[in-house]
Write a protein that binds this ligand. Structure first.
Ligand code: GLV
Length: 328
């Protein structure tokens, strides 16, 4: 078995290679691109592969993040590509991605926990009126504001997949009033799950905090536009930890300046890194982070990938296969 590991950052690429070699000692794990000095002719490569010695075809899997088109052009024999992240929009948009190549995304692998903690931190700031007290401190103002229970804060989670579903479940278990919206019906303990076009405005109207956890697809691109923002209750807070292009950035700025929105926490942007001089950088109602709400943890991710590779090798089915029509 052969694994070709691709990643734009060398340190991450090397880490993936080390982790996969340890988990799959019989596999030939190579970083792509190979340093020039270590490139061999394909004939020599094949000769050193144990399966090739036995006359069997070598199964070749791709693993990594943001592969360029040349990666797929150089590896036309991949049996599947394991993407080292949860979102696959960049991959499905790539011209060189072979039409029939199965793409398998990471499922949680330590990301759900990170997302939960990131969002909880922002929600608790709303609940404890942290922003108001910070402002009062700057003004030297000693004033008690009315505290409120968790159940009074309506949190809406848009996108109920591996990460969004877990986030909604855990927030509900903590006592927040949680609703969720997804394209299909879901059942999650303690969560009021909505779906379908008719329920979209109902969902939005019930979000004191709206958390975007949905994948970027043709249906979700720009979905949080002027109309959607206007449907939120007065004083609502937006948290986007999914993809920047879900939000119409100009409409968000307008809603922050004159609409019902109290503020936004943004971890993702239409253009990343967020360009210098972008209005979001200095906006008093925006808190932002550089796409770090849930980072890929290589050790648990490699364990998940290795486990799926072994199952595929034994002819078993695996979860996380991307449905290209659906876009996630
Ligand atoms: C990160 O954005 C991911 O999709 O995992």
């Amino acid at each position: 078995m052969q694994l070709s590991v691709v990643h734009p950052q060398k340190a991450a690429r090397d880490h993936w290679c080390r982790a996969l070699r340890a988990l799959l000692p019989h596999a030939q794990v190579r970083a792509w691109p190979l340093p020039r000095s270590r490139r061999k002719s394909p004939a020599i490569e094949a000769a050193v592969t144990p399966e090739a010695d036995c006359g069997q075809a070598v199964t070749h899997f791709g693993v990594g993040w943001k592969p360029p088109a040349e990666y797929f052009a150089e590896h036309p024999d991949l049996a599947a590509f394991f993407t080292a992240g949860a979102g696959v929009d960049h991959l499905l948009d790539l011209d060189g991605l072979p039409e029939r190549l199965p793409v398998i995304r990471l499922e949680d692998a330590g990301m759900a926990d990170q997302m939960f903690l990131y969002c909880l931190h922002e929600i608790l700031r709303r609940l404890t009126l942290a922003g108001e007290y910070e402002r009062q401190q700057r003004e030297g103002l000693w004033r008690e504001l009315e505290s409120r229970p968790a159940a009074s804060l309506r949190v809406g989670v848009f996108g109920l997949g591996a990460l969004g579903g877990e986030l909604a479940r855990r927030l509900a278990a903590m006592g927040f009033a949680v609703s969720g919206f997804a394209r299909s019906p879901h059942r999650i303990d303690g969560v009021n799950c909505l779906h379908g076009a008719l329920q979209w405005p109902v969902f939005l109207a019930g979000c004191d905090v709206l958390i975007l956890m949905a994948p970027l697809t043709a249906q979700t691109r720009g979905l949080i536009d002027e109309r959607a923002l206007a449907a939120l209750p007065a004083g609502a807070w937006l948290i986007n930890v999914a993809r920047g292009a879900l939000v119409d950035e100009a409409a968000l700025l307008a809603a922050l300046d004159s609409g019902p929105i109290a503020g936004a926490t943004l971890d993702v942007f239409q253009h990343e890194p967020l360009p210098a001089g972008h209005a979001f950088w200095q906006h008093p109602k925006i808190r932002l982070t550089p796409h770090v709400a849930a980072q890929t943890l290589i050790a648990p991710s490699a364990r998940q990938v290795a486990d799926k590779i072994l199952r595929l090798q034994q002819g078993e089915s695996v979860s996380g296969i991307v449905n290209r029509q659906r876009g996630y």
